[in-house]
Ligand binder design. Structure first.
Ligand code: BGP
Length: 480
């Protein structure tokens, strides 16, 4: 028996990508509610408030808000023993800065968690998954403002107190490291509510703002970890990072250095979460750039007091970097232009390299560095599915992808001794893609009849992968 007996087999989603009901029962607008649909080669547009006539796919999504009972019955049929979703901050505090929580929002998650627990499905909850109240952006500039630490803590306290007997596994910020991942507009928006304008819209300005925002988020996370453990000492509270494996293009020392630096730019976040302090290379970076960030002694003490219990991470693909643009000898900036193709790997329909062995690499890397339990909270293949005339959906490509990744995870456990507590493939019911806003980029075991343009009956159907994953769970991963 390779995996733990109590291994968490589940599926992962985020509120804004499936709930819909974006303005129902007092819910406020979130940063994702003002993102239009994108598509292949078309960026999602960040709008200034909701503009009538534009296509905002998150507004209806798959209407899980109203259909969750039917869906959870299907999750149970599939055999899940956990379900990773997020709480939409804007259902609880519509503007983010109120003093009182919205009872209707709290009640919705009470009902949702009760429904899960009725079937023995353990909720695994992300507190902030690209769902910052939009009001906090317009009034405070998003996570640029220290006051968000208190707003976030108030929200976390409200939900952790309310659900203290229903939810054990929590995560603070989804893929917190994405925002310093080349400072892409989309990531800084959904992670921190940052939009760069005027003087700030320079390489240095963007970088400084992102690091300042990240610092406040890390302090907020630590505060919530400490608070959560006071509310219920049995809580397991993790961080959540995006952790694609990262390779050097060659054994040329400059390429190897580039790989090292590119990796540091991401894992410093988990360093702070797990170790409770900043690694030296980031402190040096702040000094070198003269950032003069607002980091107080009390903040540093808070980081020490709020270390996480486990590392949650997403894994979809790997990257290759090379020093092809003269970064040597400083290796100070890592940008998208430093990423090169990997000739050894196939790519998905959306151009993401498929690399199961890279998952074993990632698991080993994280476990060696942190020596605390790991939780694979996202993994999967975004693909177009075809519904046959008889209503069946054959998705052998998805089964193949997941099978190989689960095999790599088992090797990491069996051969390398990594402690993995669970596996929740992403979007196990079709939902709105975060990156492109499309419906046709599907990850699910459960198909949802909904198209990119918003049409469709919302009917749910099982794909072939449904029965396959059921058997995987049934055998605790022995038969894949
Ligand atoms: C991660 C996010 C998810 C999810 C996933 C797949 O970055 O945490 O919210 O969407 O990626 O990405 P996409 O939807 O762009 O295919």
């Amino acid at each position: 028996m390779s995996l733990r007996k109590d291994f968490l087999w589940g599926g992962a989603v985020a509120a804004h990508q499936l709930e819909g009901a974006w303005n129902v029962n007092g819910k406020g607008i979130s940063v994702s509610d003002v993102l239009t649909a994108g598509g292949v080669g078309v960026e999602r547009e960040i709008t200034n408030g909701v503009i009538p006539g534009k296509n905002y796919p998150n507004h209806e999504a798959i209407d899980f808000y109203h259909l969750y009972k039917e869906d959870i019955a299907l999750f149970h049929e599939l055999g899940l023993n956990c379900f990773r979703t997020s709480i939409a901050w804007t259902r609880i505090f519509p503007n983010g800065d109120e003093l009182e929580a919205n009872e209707a929002g709290l009640q919705f998650y009470d009902d949702l968690f009760d429904e899960c627990l009725k079937y023995g499905i353990e909720p695994v909850i992300t507190l902030s998954h690209f769902e910052i109240p939009y009001h906090l952006v317009t009034e405070y500039g998003g996570w640029r403002d220290r006051r968000l630490i208190d707003f976030f803590s108030r929200y976390a306290k409200a939900v952790m107190t309310r659900y203290k007997d229903k939810v054990k596994y929590w995560m603070t910020f989804n893929e917190i490291d994405n925002q310093s991942n080349y400072f892409r507009t989309y990531s800084t928006w959904v992670n921190s509510g940052l939009k760069f304008e005027g003087e700030e819209d320079t390489k240095l300005g963007r970088e400084r703002a992102s690091y300042q925002a990240s610092h406040y988020e890390l302090v907020a996370s630590a505060k919530v970890v400490e608070l959560g453990h006071q509310i219920n000492p049995d809580f397991k509270i993790g961080c959540m990072i995006s952790f694609p494996s990262l390779y050097s293009k060659s054994c040329k020392p400059e390429d190897m250095m580039m790989q090292m630096v590119a990796n540091q730019r991401r894992y410093w976040y988990s360093d702070v979460h797990v170790r409770g302090h900043y690694p030296n290379f980031i402190k040096k970076l702040f000094e070198r750039r003269n950032f003069n960030l607002d980091i107080t002694i009390e903040d540093l003490a808070q980081l020490e007091r709020g270390k996480v219990d486990y590392v949650g991470f997403s894994y979809y693909k790997s990257f290759v970097v090379a020093d092809e643009h003269g970064k040597s000898p400083e290796f100070d900036y890592v940008e998208t232009q430093d990423i090169v193709d990997n000739p050894y790997l196939d790519v998905s329909d959306w151009g993401w390299p498929v690399d199961p062995l890279g998952l074993r690499w990632a698991l080993n890397w994280l476990y060696e560095r942190y020596e605390i339990p790991l939780f694979i909270v996202e993994n999967g293949l975004g693909a177009e599915d075809k519904v046959e005339a008889d209503g069946t959906i054959h998705d052998p490509y998805r089964i193949d992808y997941l099978r190989k990744h689960i095999a790599a995870m088992k090797d990491a456990v069996d051969i390398d001794g990594v402690d993995v507590i669970g596996y929740t493939p992403w979007g196990f019911i079709d939902l709105v893609s975060a990156g492109t806003g499309e419906m046709k980029k599907r990850y699910g075991f459960i198909y949802v009849d909904k198209d990119n343009d918003g049409s469709g009956t919302l009917k749910r159907s099982k794909k072939d992968s449904f029965a396959w994953y059921h058997h995987v769970i049934d055998t605790n991963g022995e038969e894949i």
